[in-house]
Structure formats: C-alpha cells, structure tokens
Ligand binder design. Structure first.
Ligand SMILES: Cc1ncc(C[n+]2csc(CCOP(=O)(O)OP(=O)(O)O)c2C)c(N)n1
Ligand SMILES: [Mg+2]
Length: 602
C-alpha cells in the first residue's frame, strides 16, 4: 500500500518515540486525521477543548516527563489558538513541536478562507525553527529537525503542512542534488566546565563566609550534588519558582521560594550574604538578589546564551549542573564557621511555623492558605502539582512543602492564566501511575478550566492511577490583580473589572461524573483532601475562600505595604482583624498606630 505524506508524518513521530499528540481537529489537518485513523490512532490523538489547551497539555507533558511533546491544530484559527501555549513553552524553555495545517498550495497567496501567513505568525514564537513542507521529500528532514532543535534548544518549533501536501504520495528524499536525507536520534553532549574557570570559582566560593545558593530548574538533575555543595560551603539554598521541586523543603537549610512570591528566609539570606552561587536559574527579579557589590558571585548554567545576566557575576561557568558540581566538590574547603548556616536554618524553622500560623488565621469563610497547608500535610510523595497564575501561585510557592519525588510546575515566565488544569492533564499522560493536583483560581476556571474538566472526564479511565484533583480557589474575584491594584495605590478596588460571576464548580464537575466537594468550612478541608486523594475518580474541590487575604509577601517594599494598609482601612474594616491577626507580621510594623487606625475607621 502506498503511503501518503500524512502517514509518513505519523510514522516518523512514532519512530521518535512520540506516544501522543495533543490537538484539535479542523479541515486544515483533515489529511493528517485520516492518517491517524489508518494508523489505528498511533500515536494517540488526545482531543482538548481548545487549541491553547492542547498546547498547554503539551507543555505540561514536556515539563513533567522531560521529553519533547507534540501539539496539533488546523490552519488559521486553530494555529492562532496554539500561540499562548507555545509562548509558555518558549519562555519556560521546554521542547514542544507544533504541527499545523495550511490551505492547499494552489490557494496560497489568494486571500483564501482561513489563510493566515503562518510562517510569519510563528516566526517569533518558534524562532528556533519553523518550516513549511511543500513537497514530500522534505518531510523527514523537517520533522527530524523540528524535534531535534526543540530538544537541543529546549524551545518550541513549528511544522506547517498544507492540506494537499498531506494527501500526496510519500516519496523519500533521493540520492541526488538538492535532496536532504535525514536520520533519527539524538545523543546529547555532556557539557563539562572549563578547568581554569572551575578553579577560580572554587577559590571565590572558598573565600566567602556567608554563601547563598540559588537553584532553578536547570539544577533538577543535581539534587545530591547541590546538597553536598551547600553542606561544604555552609550555605542555604533558595529555589526559583520553576526549581521548587529541585530540593526537598524538609531539608533545614532550604529557604524555599524567592522573589515576589518568595519566602522571608530567602529574602534575608540574599540580603545578608557575601557570596552567591546560582545554578541553573534565570530568575528574573534581580532586586531579590544581593545588591551589586555586596556579594561575589558565580553562575553555573548549561546555556551560554543565558548566563551572566541579572547580577554582576565574576565567573560564568557554562556546564551541566551535575557534572560541574561534581568537578567542583573536590576543590571546595569545608567551612569551619557554622554560624551563617545556623542563622539560615533558624530563619527557615521560624518561617515554617509562621506559614502554619498564617494558614490557621480565621477567615471568611476559608483562608486560601489553609487549602495548601492541608494538602501539603497529606500530599502523596509522588504527587505532580500544577499551580495557576492567580493568587494560587503565591500559596503554592510559600505553603507547599516539597518532599520525596514530588514534582511541581507553573507558567513561570509567561505567567499566563489557565495552564494548571491542562498541565495536570499533560502530567497524567506523562506519568499515568502518579496523582496530579491542579490549584486554580475561579477566574482561570471560567476562562478555560471548566471546559477542560471534560477532557479529564473523557480520558480518566485511561490512567492507571485515576487521581487528578482540581482545587478551585472560589473567591468570586480576580484576586491577584485586585491586590496588585491595591498595592499600587492607584485603584484600590475597581469592581467592574475584578468581580466574577458566581457559579458552582462542584456542580459542574458532578454533572459530568467527576467527584466533587463544595468546601465552605476550613475544618472540612482535611477530610476533603483525604477523600479526593484516595478516590478512584478525578475530583474537584470547590473551596469558598476569602478574597481579603492579601497574596503579598511579608517583605514587600514599604510603600506597597502602606498602600495595602490604606486600602484595607478605606475598605471593609470588619476584615481588619483577619489582616492584623497573624500572617502579615511586617504589615503590622508599617501600619498606623492604634489610635490613628481608629481615626481612619471613623
Ligand atoms: C491570560 C492572562 N490574562 C490576564 C492575566 C492577568 N492576571 C493575572 S492573575 C489574574 C487573576 C486571576 O484570577 P483567578 O483565576 O480568579 O485567581 P485568584 O487570583 O482570584 O485566586 C489576572 C487577571 C494573566 N496573567 N494571564
Ligand atoms: Mg479568583
């Protein structure tokens, strides 16, 4: 039987080990859909509710599996819908290959229906590689390069296949002029550091007395080595958001997240250190790093094009995190003075006490921090966690204690709304035998999460471990932005843009056969988690939570704190007790004195 280009496309993906394609149909890819049918759905077509969700599912799959992922959409509108998910892949550096259709070659340039200039559309997002297949002989090389480049550069790439080309008989590239034969496979190099630079880095680190380490997702493969280096240097370790799962939070010297969503011990460690070692992180907020001139610094990163930014590093070591640290360890001298490390550990221990106390501050009806706190106490050691970009990202960053082989991710750099549910779906396809948990705001649920619950309902029986819990922060508000407005002091509360229509997320989940619990009492939370985490169906926890709990870290700058305080005073003063009671110690320091507050209230 002769093979069409579309058949060869799927067979080539299969040869690369691609097991599923997250996509949405349309006549621009009808030829490829026919090939899926002929191939008995191998690789497997996973149907999302929206192309952006298909792209997020691919990003989630790539993030949780470490392997390249494929998403697919029709020409024109379908291709456009993929974009946000592909940008998420680009900004967080994960390999995703997008395959899209296009009108027939005969119609191109004719302002034809659904004809969009796709090469231009994808030029920025897939700047590493975007190509249109116009003759059959091009196909293997374009597919192979799209996968290889996505993998090597950890970036999205795009393949455009016009509808009529999909249907052509496949002809392999010949042994002739202007033919480009191709091959499968990719063996990545081991990137070792330069010996002289390594020696200089060791000298710098040995000279430091108060060493701070910052790790990002690039350090994921170097858990043991980071721990050993931190021990030798008497250092604490802060984690960038995408590197939250690099080290267990049960280690006493791990200060947790850093930055706008970060912890106080990370903030203090960076404020007081004299030496900084950054490993596999491109953490953007340099104001949370030491002041320039305060600390001498070394950076280790596998990608020379991303090294040396954000801080005036003295040594920029290009190398694989694990191999570089292994080479560095014998050159490091154990620090005699343990005072710095003891301070860091004391701060960390205190921080976790404060987190627990904050989670237990009474609220109306539920303090959102408590959702994360109760989850963290029960979290399966192999949980895969996704958080959305609203207030959930703050509580994920600060309240959840990573341990065991737990994995976690979010849209770290694009910080887009909406990826938590599709990431969790992608994670389930990466590891069908592990539980997945998505934390998502009600705004994001209304944007797309609700619809994507249907995808969960559809595929739930294909996962060996059926547990996928979606915890909805039901606050009827676009709360993260509401608090940003308050902190800015500009528009404390513009109701028209911020309030959300109310609906029941649990009712919707139940109506499509998922497990569902509406939680309105904080004392129900522990039992709700137990039920959802031991169930044999996916669950939605619809948690009614308080919109008056500010997701602002306790070390936010003074002016912002004062704006928040002022907004609270001007607003509903009955909420005042909640704010004051415990969880924002720093806020109390900048608030007006008791008497002034009474005046404001009157
Ligand atoms: C696609 C997109 N649109 C808008 C924003 C800006 N934004 C960030 S968080 C947020 C509010 C999220 O609200 P919700 O999902 O209800 O979570 P909450 O903060 O209330 O917990 C908005 C509008 C964004 N990051 N991404
Ligand atoms: Mg909300």
């Amino acid at each position: 039987m002769s093979m069409k280009v579309a058949d060869q496309l799927l067979s080539r993906l299969g040869e690369w080990g691609v097991e599923q394609v997250f996509g949405y149909p349309g006549d621009g890819i009808n030829g490829i859909l026919g090939a899926f049918s002929r191939a008995g759905n191998v690789p497997r077509f996973i149907q999302a509710r929206h192309e952006e969700m298909a792209a997020f599912e691919a990003v989630g799959y790539a993030k949780f599996s470490g392997k390249p992922a494929v998403c697919m959409a029709t020409s024109g509108p379908g291709a456009i819908h993929l974009l946000n998910g592909l940008y998420d892949a680009k900004l967080d550096h994960v390999p995703v290959v997008a395959i899209v259709g296009q009108t027939n070659r005969s119609a191109m340039g004719g302002s034809y229906q659904q004809e969009v200039d796709l090469l231009s559309l994808f030029k920025d997002v897939a700047s590493d590689y975007v190509q249109m297949v116009t003759v059959p002989q091009q196909l293997p090389n374009v597919v192979d390069r799209a996968i290889r480049i996505a993998t090597t550069r950890r970036a999205p790439t795009a393949i455009i296949v016009p509808n009529d080309v999909q249907e052509l008989e496949y002809v392999a590239p010949g042994h002739a002029f202007k033919m480009v034969p191709s091959s499968l496979g990719l063996s990545q190099p081991a990137v070792d550091p330069d010996t002289e630079a390594l020696q200089a880095a060791a000298e710098l680190l040995n000279a430091g007395r108060k060493v701070a380490i910052l790790v990002g997702q690039g350090a994921r493969g170097a858990r043991e080595e980071v721990t050993q280096v931190a021990g030798l240097l008497g250092a604490g370790v802060a984690k960038a958001l995408l590197g939250k799962d690099v080290l267990s939070d049960e280690l006493p010297f791990v200060t947790g997240s850093i930055g706008l969503l970060g912890t106080r011990p990370s903030f203090e460690m960076m404020r007081d250190c004299d030496t900084l070692l950054t490993i596999g992180s491109n953490f953007p907020y340099s104001q949370f790093l030491p002041e320039p001139g305060q600390a001498r610094a070394v950076q280790i990163d596998i990608d020379g094009s991303f090294i040396g930014m954000r801080y005036p590093y003295e040594i920029n070591l290009v190398g694989d995190a694990q191999r570089t640290l292994r080479a560095l360890i014998p050159l490091l001298e154990p620090k005699d003075d343990k005072g710095w490390r003891e301070t860091v550990e004391k701060n960390v221990a205190r921080w976790w006490e404060v987190m627990a106390a904050e989670a237990h501050v009474a609220a109306e009806p539920i303090n959102p921090m408590r959702i994360f706190h109760e989850f963290s106490l029960q979290a399966p050691a192999d949980a895969m966690i996704a958080a959305d970009s609203g207030s959930a990202a703050n509580w994920y960053a600060r309240q959840i204690k990573m341990r065991g082989s737990m994995r976690g991710s979010l849209s770290g750099t694009l910080a887009t709304m909406g990826p938590a549910v599709p990431y969790a779906i992608g994670a389930k396809f990466a590891h069908p035998d592990r539980p997945a948990i998505a934390f998502e705001g009600d705004g994001a649920m209304q944007m797309n999460g609700l619809a994507e619950l249907l995808t969960i309902a559809r595929y739930r029986d294909t996962w060996t471990d059926p547990r996928l819990v979606v915890a909805v922060l039901h606050n009827n508000d676009l709360n993260q932005v509401t608090w940003e407005l308050r902190a800015m002091g500009g528009t404390p509360d513009f109701v028209e843009s911020q309030r959300l229509p109310d609906t029941s997320y649990a009712d919707f989940a139940a109506s499509i056969g998922l497990g569902a619990i509406t939680v309105t009492d904080p004392e129900q939370l522990a039992a709700a988690w137990t039920e959802a985490l031991s169930a044999d169906v996916p669950y939605v926890l619809d948690v009614h939570c308080d919109a008056d709990i500010p997701p602002i870290p306790p070390h936010t700058d003074l002016e912002q704190m004062q704006n928040v305080a002022a907004a609270l005073i001007k607003g509903d003063t009955s909420r005042w007790g909640v704010i004051r009671e415990g969880f924002m110690t720093k806020l109390q320091e900048v608030l007006p004195h008791h008497d002034d507050r009474d005046e404001h209230q009157s």
